[in-house]
Write a protein that binds this ligand. Sequence first.
Ligand code: GLU
Length: 474
Amino acid sequence: MSASPPAPAKIVTRFAPSPTGFLHIGGARTALFNWLFARHHGGEFRLRIEDTDRARSTDAAIAAILDGLGWLDLNWDGEVVYQFSRAARHAEVARQLLEAGHAYRCYATPEELEALREEQRAAKVPMRYDGRWRDRTDWPNDRPYVIRLKAPREGAVTIHDQVQGAVTVNNAELDDFVLLRSDGTPTYMLAVVVDDFDMGVTHVIRGDDHLNNAFRQLALIRALGWPEPVYAHIPLIHGSDGAKLSKRHGALGVDAYRDQLGMLPEAVENYLLRLGWGHGDAEIISRAEAVAWFDLGAVGRSPSRFDLKKLENLNGHYMRAADDARLVALIAPGVGAALGRDLTGDDRALLQRTMPEMKKRANNLNDLTQGSLFWLRNRPIPMDEAALKLLASATPGLLDVARAEFAAQPDWTAAALEQAARALAEREGVKLGQVAQPLRAAVTGSAQSPGLFEVLEVLGRDEALGRIDDALAR
Ligand code: GLU
């Protein structure tokens, strides 16, 4: 047993994803917590790609992980470590343990082990290797063997986990697990311990599905006489209904939050931060604040629930706070694709000018893209259902009169146009809305838009009058 080790001089954390799928939301949160902890302490955040499962690791998954971390701006220190490339080092450590008597050769055949498991199943006892080669030296030198750790059998191990508290497991419950397979390849358990040590990792922050592994890893670390890392096992993320998070809860790859949902990285980051960690009532937390405030003590012990609605609202907040030029740059490709042409400098200037208003009305970049199209459409602009309805139900003749009034205005400004519309409504004995709604439909192609008179001003006299003419001609 040991108390939690004293904090080391320099803190090193790591994110160690297995590249067998996209960077999912839980992995991104693990990365973020490791990044924040390292930055908070002025330490290092390392990245290790655990690609030892050759059948399931793909280059596409590696690319998705690097891309996702880049998008979230979780920069790592030093080179990326690829675990598979270090297999020789892992094997060397296994052999050292063998020589030092902390590990042993096991010649049990797969059939033998299967028979053992069968017995244990029948006896309804936990399945684990029984140590049958632990003390033998009558090695059949012509047969392949695995190297197993000679794990302690008496006593107990306590991990002083920074999130879970003190967790104890009896050594009798842990078996002599395999370090090196008979083909000379390292197991995951060995690779993680060796890599963490070689990378100088001081704090292991990861999902609590790895807590069980931590006891075995600690036994190995102690056999090696290496410094013990501080552990922090974070509860997994659940769906809003409390069940384990799955695709149906919105558990997409990080790339989908960008590409399909049109989210901003700072919103996703803020959301992930609040998922299992808190600082008083703070909901909107800047990156600088997060770095200043982040600690492991405030990570909750119960699973957090993923709530897509909350994330969408948070994204709306960050949309409104975002720089206009940045938003223009972000939507320009989508706007261009929808219009079927490259945007000109004038197009971009127009989007930039309208952005303060437009971004208030959109919770994500997709809505902003869609909502912005009407500014740049070629005449005659398409009309949606609601706009067509408005035009069909407009007071007959009113749109013609409004057009004539506007055309006669010397000043094409929002204020002058509004005054003209109000005067017209009064004269005709109708509400302003009866004048404004068909006009809105005519110039925007929809029933919802930023302030009509501002829209008219920004479109300019010729374009606005042309659009009204198009509506009149329908
Ligand atoms: N590669 C493991 C995973 O993706 C993480 C291992 C660790 O953090 O120790 O689940």
